[in-house]
Ligand binder design. Structure first.
Ligand code: FDA
Length: 304
């Protein structure tokens, strides 16, 4: 219920103006976002790698309806990949990038988004790394999976994301669990109708278990994106050796668990967002967890 309210507020321009303009928001956002500049992304990547973690960087921004903005996002990724390569941080899959197709023009024209993400994939390849396509709301799922299929012809390591809250996802996992595929399984972060998505946490979790089983039993490389202790533990029960799959957690969420898993010899990738378009990302994190909302409200009260 609270989740639905916050996700609705995320789309409300007046709420956005108040939250994004409040000085305290910047302090709170620092917990979940590396910073606004490319240097912040590079510094955070270096620090996480020094702790034995690997990274996926996300240049914040989504759903642009402006081709110039989409192009600016592409340029931001190219700059990022150059800086990461210069700093020697991209080798051995230690740092990839995550891209939202709507941030590079999917809403304007899917062909434009495909061209743009191809440019990013080529730059990632030159830097010795790869791209994962983030998954957004269900209206974009088909287009995103179609783009993935085309990208994988030229860039076979391009990763996909599936969301266990969608009723279709178990079937998508079967289609994606093939040799050479990289598939991130998450629960899903958007507000979705019951016609396409499970609504209760128990159903979403049960679907996660079924999808995880399909991916873990297939020949691909599963990326287990969750902070849920039960699901993290479950990933270790399929008899797969460390290095044949990975755990993924968000920057700022359960950092001690990230280090504990890495200390066990697991591959742990931290998803690190950076950039000034942090509003939508912050609202999804608040919607996920009342404790995060409490943290935000306490910060508001204590500063005012
Ligand atoms: P959930 O939120 O249900 O939490 C389950 C349990 O985890 C909690 O009960 C608690 O025990 C523990 N937990 C969770 N948060 C915690 C915290 N802050 N502190 C301590 N314990 C905590 N979504 C999407 O739609 N498209 C995408 O492309 C991605 N990409 C993505 C990448 C990565 C690396 C991650 C980790 C997540 C995503 N997501 C995403 C977001 C995802 O869909 C989901 O919204 C969040 O991961 C929250 O779901 P959990 O699986 O963590 O479980």
């Amino acid at each position: 219920m609270l989740r639905q309210v916050i996700l609705s507020a995320a789309g409300n321009d007046r709420v956005k103006t108040v939250v994004a303009g409040a000085p305290v928001s910047r302090g709170v956002v620092r917990r979940f976002v590396a910073g606004e500049a490319v240097e912040d992304a590079v510094r955070t990547t270096r620090e996480l790698q020094a702790g034995g973690l690997v990274v996926s960087l996300d240049h914040l921004g989504e759903d642009t309806r402006d081709a110039g903005q989409a192009e600016a996002t592409v340029r931001a990724y190219l700059l990022l990949l150059d800086r990461l390569a210069e700093a020697g941080l991209t080798g051995d899959g230690r740092c990839e990038v995550s891209v939202k197709l709507t941030a590079v023009g999917q809403t304007i024209d899917p062909a434009l988004a495909l061209d743009n993400v191809r440019t990013i994939c080529a730059s990632a390849g030159a830097a010795g790394t790869t791209v994962t396509l983030d998954m957004e709301d269900h209206t974009t799922t088909d287009a995103t999976l179609a783009a993935l299929q085309q990208l994988r012809v030229q860039f076979p390591s391009t990763g996909a994301v599936v969301q266990s809250y969608l009723r279709r996802t178990e079937d998508d996992c079967r289609a994606l669990a093939v040799e050479g595929s990289r598939v991130r399984l998450c629960k899903g972060a958007y507000r979705e109708p019951a016609s396409v998505a499970f609504q209760s946490a128990a159903e979403v979790d049960a679907s996660y278990v079924r999808c995880l089983q399909v991916l873990m039993q297939g020949p691909g490389y599963p990326m287990v994106a969750t902070h849920d202790p039960a699901l993290i533990a479950l990933a270790g029960t399929f008899g797969r050796a460390p290095g044949t799959y990975e755990h993924q957690l968000l920057y700022g969420v359960r950092p001690a668990e990230q280090l504990r898993l890495a200390g066990e010899g697991q591959t742990v990738r931290v998803y690190v967002p950076y950039g000034d378009q942090w509003y939508g990302y912050l609202m999804r994190r608040l919607a996920e967890r009342p404790a995060n909302l409490g943290f935000f409200l306490r910060a508001l009260v204590s500063r005012s």
